[in-house]
Design a protein around this ligand. Structure first.
Ligand code: SF4
Length: 395
């Protein structure tokens, strides 16, 4: 049998190019980019972040998925879950006949339905090691679109485990990427991990390292975010810090610093290398989008719209930056702009979707626009057109 674990396309790039352009590209966005990322229509000025939208990992993932559909028109094609966190892209794949094994597009089929002749696409965030092994047992073809930046995190985490360090991952324990990353610690029998979401959770870990916490309370609190059999007395002696690729970059650095300080307090500065390691594994696309929104906000805007899936980690973090500067909303797409009074948007740092009244100021207005790494240009164009439409009275 040939290679069934494929990490590339099928040489069909040219054949799918027009479809991808048609579905995801935008001539308006191209025009705005060519005009120093600005566009003025009457009283409304649109400023687009210099870096926004589709990243290299998402581009590649969609490219491989579309090539797989083209290559195997008569086969059953499965996706383990959302390919990326954008509803439009996932729905397109579903319309093309791709079957989802989990998530909101799941229609009931499971791993047990997969046969040797089927195709399974693995998403940009990757999947847990054990799941890949199970799929390999079936013998089906795996089209693995795991992003290279995620593979880079896995490399560090595997090294931590092999060297006896517990991987402390700054991320969300329920996010697909972090679940897959945490599973990489299993490659070493003794491999351990703990996932911390924010400074407060990091502080809990630091307290325990400094011998200030109770074991039962610690295990209760982190029960969903630790490896099986985790023993904080043993498993916080040597720690390697890594992060989900899409976290807020400065927060991940701070998490690493906090843990290092706690380790120095407990074991002394002289032996710190025996107890602490750290790698910043924020991907360059995330970093660039975060830098670009700060530049955009610093340049002066009255209102910011951040476009992307509500479950997209990097989009949520762009919103977290924007709201610190002023009026900003995380919207999924143009349909969220209900009218010039009402906007449906996600509340930062919560799961709540809310409708807010009076979102669109009158008079001369500069609107900053950015989008998460899984948002197609087409969807950004629709938002801009909708905003301009709602502002028509301001011409
Ligand atoms: S956000 Fe970063 S890690 Fe995720 S797919 Fe894009 S480049 Fe890869």
């Amino acid at each position: 049998m040939g290679n069934t674990h494929i990490r590339r396309g099928f040489g069909l790039k040219d054949e799918i190019k027009d479809t991808l352009n048609q579905e995801f590209q935008s001539s308006l966005i191209d025009k705005i980019k060519a005009s120093d990322s600005q566009y003025t229509d009457g009283n409304t000025r649109i400023k687009l972040a210099k870096e926004y939208g589709f990243c290299y990992g998402v581009d590649r993932s969609i490219d491989y998925a579309y090539q797989a559909v083209k290559k195997f028109p008569d086969k059953k094609i499965y996706l383990t879950g959302e390919i990326i966190h954008n509803p439009f892209v996932n729905k397109r794949l579903m319309d093309m006949g791709v079957r989802f094994l989990s998530g909101q597009y799941h229609k009931g089929e499971s791993k047990e339905d997969i046969r040797i002749e089927d195709i399974v696409i693995l998403p940009a965030f990757g999947v847990p090691v054990s799941f890949i092994e199970e799929l390999k047992q079936i013998g089906c073809i795996l089209v693995d679109t795991t992003c290279g930046s995620v593979l880079n995190v896995w490399k560090h985490v595997k090294r931590f485990s092999n060297d006896g360090y517990t991987a402390l991952i700054h991320g969300k324990y329920y996010h697909e990427e972090t679940i897959a990353t945490a599973s990489q610690t299993n490659v070493s029998e003794e491999g351990k991990y703990i996932v911390v979401r924010n400074f407060a959770e990091t502080e809990r870990v630091c307290d325990y390292i400094r011998d200030k916490g109770g074991k039962k309370a610690f295990l209760d609190y982190f029960r969903k975010a630790i490896s099986p059999g985790f023993d904080p007395d043993q498993d916080l002696i040597k720690i390697g810090v890594a992060n989900q690729t899409t976290m807020l970059a400065n927060e991940s650095l701070k998490v690493a610093e906090m843990v290092k300080e706690a380790m120095v307090d407990r074991y002394g500065a002289n032996t710190i290398d025996d107890h602490f390691r750290s790698f910043d594994t924020i991907c360059s696309a995330t970093q660039e989008r975060q830098d670009a929104i700060i530049e955009l906000l610093d340049s002066g805007v009255d209102l910011t719209l951040v476009i992307g899936g509500y479950n997209s980690s990097n989009t949520n973090n762009l919103t977290n930056i924007a709201v610190r500067y002023g009026l900003a909303f995380h919207i999924e797409d143009a349909s969220a702009l209900l009218d010039d009074e009402h906007i449906r948007h996600k509340i930062p740092d919560s799961q709540e979707i809310e409708t807010t009244t009076g979102w669109l100021p009158q008079g001369k207005l500069t609107i900053g626009i950015t989008a998460g790494a899984s948002t197609p240009d087409k969807k950004i164009e629709e938002v801009i057109n909708r905003v301009l439409d709602l502002r028509k009275g301001e011409l």
